[in-house]
Design a protein around this ligand. Sequence first.
Ligand SMILES: [Fe+2]
Length: 263
Amino acid sequence: MPSSSRDGARSKSTGRADGGSARHRADSPTASSCRRYPEKTQPPYLYPPYKATLRRAPRKPLIVVPHTLSEVTGPVFGHGQISETDNDLTRQHAGEPLGERITVSGQVLDDSGRPVPNTLIEIWQCNAAGRYAHRIDQHPAPLDPNFTGAGRTLTDSQGRYRFTTIKPGPYPWNNHPNAWRPAHIHFSLFGTAFVSRLVTQMYFPGDPLFPFDPILNSIPDEKARRRLISAFDMDLTKPDWSLGFRFDIVLRGPRETPFENKK
Ligand SMILES: [Fe+2]
């Protein structure tokens, strides 16, 4: 199954299945003052081992389309729109989902290391068996009636966020023979407008599938790849409850997190 379907559980805000590509580009008129990211720290549009890029990579030079007012302004995400269980994916149904309960937390930072507050973060993921609650995902692993795999939250005044969820399983995809994705959680971050959206994936430390994953390895720079791997954190680990993983997200600069669909 192509990554565009297996990886594409829809986000709550946009309903888009492709993970989105709407990021303020460094060369766009509205982002002319932004620094460009360091070379080889972001995946290219075209990476032949990752087959889906053959279909979606642009074949002609990109055209800069000036943003209109409705694109550079946007809704303010009020706390009232996010329910109590939106950041706890283990409490969204009548019962508890199966699998390893985890806490995922971190900070959203700008290129100067300053926290970025009030950022809407959405996540989506498969269940512990490696299956998405999505009609396109039909691979023979069980669905979990107590797990949808979608959550959202806002960063606090210090740019911090926190999710409680289940550790996702690896899953097969049809990119190449015997292809398996390492366990991962998809992340989407919104800025102050819908066009300022970042999409990436968080991985778990020590996954044996890393060397075989063309999505992770489409990022040329090894240090940049490592920035997508969360860190086990004993301080986040709750006794008798959940293991903790820390995943900070840096929006720009030398320590920028690699993002998808970015030139
Ligand atoms: Fe995925």
